[in-house]
Design a protein around this ligand. Structure first.
Ligand code: PMP
Length: 380
């Protein structure tokens, strides 16, 4: 058997938009192009194509339609003040997509550099329509799914055919969450006891489509997101599509940034979470002060379980100094209020949350060169 073809950016087939191309009514916020890369078990990766965004069609018994064999990523492409396009740590999203794909029996053997070259070509084509105001971006939705029949229980769990594609939308920075400015009153979360998002050994730490289909039905009107709980102790895991940190004063004088540990596979390993942990840890260790000027020296990052009763008791004894969510969508956002078992808890605001938000957005928009190579400049 001949070896399976690897994913190759150099075999890209590009079809420019025809002069007669018109943006369909109601689809003005979509990117005009789309990248598609087919895969099958016999020959491996097929020819990548970039062409006008179009609808997809599948067999009615395709794995994606029957058993939700689909995973995805969420990334943003930013336009800097001088017109460059930037992606934030794309390798982290590609690695997470590989992990999700492996969990579903989908192909996950691509070379990230080849994929990045294709992403760069796609976003460069959209350069004229990528907005450049603060908070705006081109949102990228890489998706990988099983297009072959995924029906019945099979001995061989691996898909026969799959499709990796990237569709894009314009994010005009209108703010998904009105007070997502990292300061002020912050967003309201509803601590959800009725629906459980993830459990030990489940798929919560993978970005599978199946994890998200139930999200909106669980969210209460008037709240930005659900705060997901698990276990009889009501541990908080994450909120909506963001990881969560609390800021707590420790007895030894350190300010602790505490976030749920990745152990147990309940929490999605967020790129923003990971980046904040790295910035705060390097700052605390004195390895690299930059770019967290203004952050006290005596800070510590702790990854462990946090329960709702702990949040309530630290609010009561005054050691809770703030709470925030983080993710590609919100960047860093203050949590101002939690609704839990019929009670409303107001969380104190903390200016350090804005410092973290400004630092991450500064790096993403190319205003801060943090010296770690996190911002990838898309070649023109
Ligand atoms: N948790 C969940 C459930 C998410 O969907 C997201 C968004 N990808 C995050 C956390 C934050 O991850 P990231 O920082 O990589 O966007």
């Amino acid at each position: 058997m001949s070896p399976l073809a690897p994913l190759k950016a150099s075999s890209l087939y590009f079809t420019p938009l025809p002069p007669s191309h018109v943006v369909p009514a109601g689809k003005e916020s979509h990117g005009r192009y789309m990248l598609t890369i087919p895969w099958n078990r016999v020959s491996g990766w097929g020819q990548p194509k970039i062409a006008a965004r179009q609808e997809l069609s599948f067999d009615p018994l395709a794995g994606v339609l029957q058993y939700a064999v689909t995973c995805f990523e969420g990334m943003k492409c930013y336009k800097t003040d001088n017109g460059d396009l930037r992606l934030f740590r794309p390798d982290k999203n590609f690695d997470r997509l590989k992990r999700s794909a492996a969990r579903l029996g989908l192909p996950h053997d691509w070379d990230n550099d080849e994929l990045l070259e294709l992403f760069a070509k796609l976003v460069a084509l959209e350069a004229p329509i990528v907005p450049d105001t603060d908070g705006s971006s081109l949102y990228l939705r890489p998706t990988l799914l099983e297009t072959s029949e995924g029906f019945g229980i099979k001995d061989d769990a691996f898909a026969a055919e799959a499709l990796l594609y990237v569709a894009t939308t314009l994010n005009l920075g209108k703010g998904l969450y009105p007070s997502s400015d990292g300061e002020g009153k912050g967003i309201k979360l509803d601590a959800c006891k009725e629906f459980i998002r993830a459990w030990p050994g489940g798929t919560g730490s993978y970005k599978l489509g199946a994890n998200y289909g139930t999200v909106n039905i669980s969210k209460k009107p008037g709240y930005a997101m659900s705060l997901w709980l698990h276990g009889k102790e009501d541990f908080i895991s994450e909120a909506g599509a963001m990881n969560v940190f609390i800021i707590k004063q420790a007895e030894d004088g350190f300010l602790e940034f505490i976030t749920m540990s990745l152990d147990g596979g309940i929490v999605l390993p967020g790129v923003t979470r990971f980046s904040l942990i790295q910035l705060l840890t390097e700052h605390a260790e004195g390895k690299k002060d930059f770019p967290l000027e203004g952050m006290p020296k005596n800070v510590r990052v702790v990854e462990r379980d946090i329960s709702m009763p702990e949040i309530i008791s630290s609010l009561e004894n005054g050691t809770l100094k703030g709470m925030f969510g983080c993710g590609t969508g919100v960047v860093v956002v203050t949590v101002g209020e939690i609704q839990y078992q019929g009670q409303t808890y107001t969380i104190p605001a903390n200016p350090l949350i804005k410092l973290l938000r400004d630092t991450i957005t500064g790096i993403q928009r190319g205003k801060i060169d943090e010296g770690r190579g996190w911002s990838f400049k898309v070649p023109e």
